[in-house]
Design a binder for this molecule. Structure first.
Ligand SMILES: Cc1ncc(COP(=O)(O)O)c(C=O)c1O
Length: 445
């Protein structure tokens, strides 16, 4: 066993430091209660027998959809039963369909082995519930965890939507220095220990939001040693970790450990999605972690969106039951290989056209490469000019707090085909060269 995995093994033996969930919850998270009408109808939704004189469920007779079937890529046909069609035509449970949740729970047991499940004496139960995708997952987590004026720890560059969402919650991002191994644990410790002196009027952060597998935008995947180091700091300051894992199944080769897999205390809320592996338009994902928090999540879901789309759940459940865990795994490998192939095509085009103009590293998976453009301090102008020349890419300022100018560009290798990638990078290189020439002439940058 390597010394790296020894560090993880030692950590996994450590005592549980149960988070003070109640202290960490936002005012809304503490206040939220069940949707009274939905909880009154729960008996009916869970198959209990009663003469229905209570709910606002639609009468099935006039509803237009009576048959639903679909064909999978391998030709397998799936037809929904009449009962399933009737369910898709009606309301569902806020926590999602039980069979789908059970299947996903089995997946977590195989994939992450959460200490909350493996340690039989853990005081906090582990729970899993269905979401409308990670976007909704992040919003709902912020709703139950953040008050106005709170601060949230995050990677130096992060998912752009999370930054804009934080603005909506009037909360502030605290970007911690990050490299290819993840957030720098020493810098995190320094920020947390000096917080009361540096920010005497604001609360020390209680929440960290991170994307440790194939980050959007950087493509970085955290090392397991660094995960343990950062986890220890979070434990010391009683921080809840939101692990956004949109690209977990798109890792090239062996999948990296997750924060959930080292979460001895029950302080990690993990967000997964079917968007990149089954389809983004179905708007389906799942959240897993300590039940005190997932229960609050379900209450928030019941108040704001009622429940995740029943039809999407039934369809995806059928697909997963048909595949089973082994075929699911093969399908994930097949999917990630397509992305790896695209990444290799992009990397060779970059070698050909951008050597000397930019630096980058090959990602461990996902959809993105993160380029540092030499001698250009604000890449937003490159984004604009590349767009005029017919190439779309995103400048680095989209991914940093306050959207400040940066020298980075995010390139995606998910969609473009081989010839387009080569052509696009050639145009991109020409735009950079023209900009540099212009800067030299003007004596700017
Ligand atoms: C880091 C990250 N989180 C979440 C999402 C959105 O996930 P979902 O489609 O499940 O809402 C994305 C999509 O691009 C993403 O990059």
């Amino acid at each position: 066993m390597s010394s790296k995995s020894n560090a993880v093994e030692d950590h996994l033996q450590s005592a549980v430091h149960l988070p003070n969930y109640w202290e960490i919850l936002s005012k809304a998270g503490k206040r939220i209660t069940d949707n009274k009408l939905r909880s009154a109808g729960k008996q009916y939704l869970t198959g209990g027998k009663s003469i229905m004189l209570s709910g606002g469920l639609p009468n099935q007779k006039p509803l237009p959809i009576k048959k639903i079937q679909f064909t999978m890529s391998d030709g397998h046909e799936i037809s929904l039963s009449d009962k399933e069609v009737a369910h898709a035509n009606s309301y569902g449970l806020s926590e999602g369909i039980t069979e789908l949740r059970d299947w996903l729970l089995g997946l977590h047991k195989l994939e992450h082995k959460p200490p909350q499940l493996t340690r039989k004496d853990h005081p906090e139960p582990f729970a899993l519930t269905i979401t409308n995708g990670i976007t909704d997952g992040i919003r709902t987590c912020f709703h139950i965890l953040l008050d106005e004026g709170d601060s949230v720890l995050m990677e130096r560059e992060t998912y752009s939507n999370t930054l804009t969402l934080l603005q909506l919650f009037a909360a502030s991002p605290v970007a911690v220095n990050t490299d290819e191994d993840g957030i720098n644990a020493k810098d995190l410790e320094a920020i947390m220990s000096s917080w009361p002196e540096v920010h005497p009027h604001s609360k020390r952060p209680r929440v960290m939001y991170i994307t440790p597998a194939c980050s959007n935008p950087t493509g970085y995947t955290w090392s397991e040693q660094n995960m343990v180091n950062v986890y220890k700091v979070c434990r010391k300051y009683d921080v809840i970790i939101i692990e956004d894992s949109a690209y977990y199944f798109l890792q090239f080769g062996e999948r990296q450990r997750t924060f959930q897999s080292i979460d001895v205390d029950g302080r990690v809320i993990r967000l997964d999605t079917f968007s990149k592996t089954i389809g983004a338009g179905y708007r389906l994902g799942w959240i897993s972690g300590p039940s005190t928090l997932t229960d609050r999540y379900v209450l928030s879901m019941s108040q704001y969106t009622a429940h995740p789309c029943v039809l999407s759940q039934i369809m995806i459940n059928h697909i997963l039951q048909y595949w089973g865990y082994e075929t699911f795994n093969k399908q994930m490998i097949y999917t990630s290989e397509i992305y790896r192939n695209n990444a290799e095509i992009l990397a060779s085009a970059l070698d050909k056209y951008l050597t000397g103009l930019a630096t980058w590293s090959f990602p461990r998976g996902g959809m993105f490469m993160w380029l540092k453009i030499n001698d250009i301090a604000d890449t937003s102008v490159i984004m604009r000019e590349a767009s005029q020349a017919g190439v779309s890419l995103i400048s680095g300022d989209f991914f940093v707090p306050e959207f400040k100018p940066t020298c980075y560009i995010r390139l995606s290798f998910s969609m473009a085909d081989m010839e387009d990638i080569e052509q696009g990078i050639k145009i991109f290189a020409d735009v950079i060269k023209a900009k540099k020439k212009e800067c030299l002439c003007n004596g700017t940058q």
